[in-house]
Write a protein that binds this ligand. Structure first.
Ligand code: ADP
Length: 737
């Protein structure tokens, strides 16, 4: 029987779609279906596309049978026999042993057929029976028929259908498994379409598919009967529609999963890549993958070499090594620096999986890539900060520690190398210190837990080793919700400093006491000395008045020395008294207008001014915080000295004031005799003078008194002077604002 032309074209299209859908249909491994075939008919067909493919399923089918000690009969032609044997050898089958042992027979179909049914090519049932009988056990028989051998010259549908029909029955009878090999190039499509329907199972490569197009052979026999034909076609259409719907649903679900996966990967900012390990090219990549390398438009060719070109030179070797290791382990995971197209340096993380073929040869790698520059930057910052913190801690005298809300130590960082926190972690102060000390150090910590306010306190407490002092800072530690979850503390051992401070305070108070005693002594002495001195002076004057005439020249001279001495002593005692009273009898400090003070002081030295013809220039003087009468005394002394030590010319005096932060700096400058710098300190000491009384009268207490007054005001007094160039006395006083 032959097919009309248009029928053949339609059949060709249908066959293509049938084969396609069969390939996509859920597959089982050949062995599963072969084992299950007892429930159905052990009748397989393999339709191969070209000559190279044809032996793949056969070799797999035969080696599976041989493994199970089954008998294999291959029906072929003389020409094809050698090809088949070569393919079996290439597939790892020890053909010679199999042939020798009789478990494998490769025989020309025409010869056996004609032995059984001369002139016709039929299933060699007798031969099969014979093989079945020969096998003593339950071993089965596998029959492989190269269908081109059945009707090599003219593929005739009736012959094929007839042969397949016989085969189905024979397989059933003899419990044999049969595989029919069809070369797609040698049979018309329409015929092959029917062939597919004749087989409950199809074999492609090494996997077997259950044939949804299978129609029991009896139905196919009467192709000429229209009703059956229509029914069969309808069935086929129904089956195809069903399959198509299932496939479409599956495809939709797959697309949905694909989309979800794509969205998930995009959300994670991941780029996808697939690397063909044979060609080392990676044509399949997501847009994000290329963007990570700085490409706005995907580059035409991309592969392992291109990737390596972007890897930072310092990371090259490491990446290559990780790739080699991945081929062994199956997982490729690494982080490295890349240089983008624009030259920017970035960090990426790559994770991939290697896929292998049946021989274990790696064929492809699929994975993701992510730009992790920000994470790396953060990690680096964190590392630096940690390092800084560690250095700061190591170089700081502070011991830092953390406590939980039960006041147990959870972490301690100590600057002391020999410090071992092990014995302290997990404990509380009252488990570590004597009761009194524990109470002292726990109290501020409890307070911080209660109030949430940090504190800084100096604590002193007794330990068996002695008194210790700490400068303790306690701050609350919060979680994200703001709740207090513990405390961070820093403690500085200030025992030594405290000791020094105590010693210093003791010394100061001792000094103050001594000073006070000295002042009292100076006051008492000067005060009490006045009385006898006054008596000496009075009687000396009395002697002078009454008995002066009785004295000879020497006597008069001696008497005058005695009177001068007594006067000088009075001046000195008065000066000393004034000096000792500066601190004790001064007025409280209050805002004082220096203009007024200065005016009064000028009045005090008016006679001197007039006698010397002194000229005084004055800038505006400010208000200061001071004792008006003491400051008047100060001006009086300085003006008096400026006039006294002015030399031969009439005194030229300049009084100025300058603001210095919270202080006023006041100066009194003259153009007088000046003072040698070596004497600058000397003249401020009590009773020290650089001139004799004959040259200039004076007791040498004036500048000492000035200094004491300025000290009481918290300021300083100093002189700048050179002999012959005049002197400038300056002092500072607090502003009154
Ligand atoms: P006195 O003036 O009573 O001697 P002071 O204590 O006032 O005592 O001065 C101490 C000494 O400082 C003076 O004897 C004088 O030698 C020197 N002296 C003070 N003021 C001036 C001045 N303006 N120019 C030069 N020498 C001065």
């Amino acid at each position: 029987m032959s097919y009309p032309e248009d029928y053949a074209t339609a059949a060709e299209q249908e066959l293509t779609s049938v084969l396609q859908s069969l390939r996509q249909f859920p597959r089982s491994h050949e062995s599963d279906l072969l084992t299950e075939h007892e429930q159905g008919i052990g009748h397989f067909a393999s339709i191969h596309e070209n000559a190279e493919d044809r032996f793949v399923p056969v070799v797999s089918f035969i080696s599976h049978g041989l493994e199970r000690d089954e008998q294999i009969l291959c029906l072929t032609t003389d020409e094809l026999r050698e090809n088949l044997l070569t393919a079996m050898r290439a597939g790892g089958i020890d053909v010679d042993i199999a042939l020798d042992s009789g478990s494998l027979s490769v025989e020309p179909i025409s010869e056996i057929s004609s032995e059984e049914t001369p002139g016709e090519t039929t299933v060699p049932v007798k031969r099969l029976e014979q093989i079945t009988e020969d096998t003593e056990t339950d071993e089965e028989v596998r029959l492989i028929t190269q269908m081109s051998a059945v009707c090599s010259d003219d593929p005739n549908r009736d012959d094929i259908v007839d042969y397949e029909h016989q085969l189905t029955h024979a397989c059933k009878e003899l419990d044999a498994i049969s595989l029919c090999l069809y070369d797609r190039t040698q049979f018309p499509s329409a015929l092959l379409r029917d062939v597919i329907r004749l087989h409950p199972y199809l074999l492609t490569d090494t996997t077997a598919s259950q044939n949804i197009y299978f129609a029991p052979p009896d139905d196919l026999i009467g192709l000429g009967q229209p009703e059956r034909h229509v029914q069969r076609m309808l069935d086929t259409v129904q089956t195809l529609t069903g399959t198509k719907t299932t496939l479409m649903k599956k495809e939709e679900a797959l697309q949905q999963t694909d989309e979800q996966l794509r969205l998930a990967l995009e959300a994670g900012d991941l780029g996808i890549w697939e690397l063909d390990l044979q060609s080392e090219t990676a044509p399949v990549r997501s847009l994000r993958h290329d963007q990570i390398f700085g490409y706005d438009n995907p580059p035409d060719d991309w592969g392992f070499e291109h990737f390596l070109e972007h890897v930072h030179p310092s990371d090259h070797e490491r990446v290559k090594r990780s790739f080699d290791a991945a081929l062994e382990s199956g997982n490729w995971s690494f982080e490295c620096r890349i240089v983008r197209v624009d030259g920017a340096e970035r960090w990426v993380a790559v994770d991939g999986e290697i896929y292998y073929d049946r021989e274990g040869t790696p064929i492809k790698a699929i994975g993701v890539i992510k730009d992790i520059t920000e994470r790396k930057d953060l990690e680096r910052e964190l590392r630096t900060e940690k390092e800084h913190f560690r250095l700061a801690l190591e170089n700081s005298p502070f011991t830092a520690f953390r406590l939980d809300t039960d006041l147990r130590y959870t972490w301690i960082g100590s600057p002391h190398d020999d410090f071992d926190p092990e014995g302290i972690i997990g404990k509380r102060d009252d488990e570590l210190l004597p009761p009194g000390a524990a109470e002292t150090v726990m109290e501020p910590k409890r307070r911080v837990l209660e109030t949430g306010e940090g504190v800084r306190e100096e604590l002193t407490y007794e330990l068996p080793s002695g008194t210790v002092s700490y400068d303790l800072t306690v701050e609350p530690l919060h979680d994200e919700s703001g709740e207090i979850i513990g405390l961070t503390c820093a403690a500085l051992d200030i025992t030594e400093r405290k000791q020094h401070q105590r010693e210093l305070e003791d010394t100061i108070s001792q000094l103050e006491e001594t000073n006070q005693r000295l002042e009292q002594f100076a006051y008492a002495a000067s005060h009490d000395l006045q009385e006898p001195l006054r008596m000496v002076s009075s009687y000396l004057r009395l002697i002078e008045q009454r008995y002066a005439d009785a004295f000879d020249k020497d006597g008069e001279e001696f008497l005058s020395y005695a009177i001068n001495g007594a006067d000088r002593m009075r001046e000195m005692i008065e000066g000393l008294l004034a000096y000792s009273r500066v601190e004790t009898e001064g007025e409280p400090l209050e805002p004082v207008d220096l203009e007024t003070v200065f005016e009064n002081a000028c009045e005090d030295v008016q006679v001197q001014i007039e006698e010397s013809n002194a000229e005084i220039q004055k800038e505006h003087l400010p208000c200061v915080e001071g004792d008006a009468s003491q400051l008047r005394q100060l001006y009086q002394n300085l003006l008096s000295n400026a006039i006294k030590y002015s030399g031969d010319e009439p005194p030229q005096i300049h009084v100025g004031a300058e603001r210095r932060d919270d202080w006023w700096q006041i100066s009194v400058a003259d153009e007088g005799v000046g003072i040698d710098p070596d004497e600058h300190e000397y003249i401020f000491e009590i009773f020290n003078r650089l001139h004799t009384r004959e040259e200039h009268p004076g007791s040498g207490i004036g500048l000492a008194l000035c200094q004491r007054i300025i000290e009481r005001h918290g300021g300083e007094l100093w002189v700048k002077s050179e002999p012959g160039l005049g002197s400038t006395f300056s002092f500072t006083l607090p502003t009154s604002e």
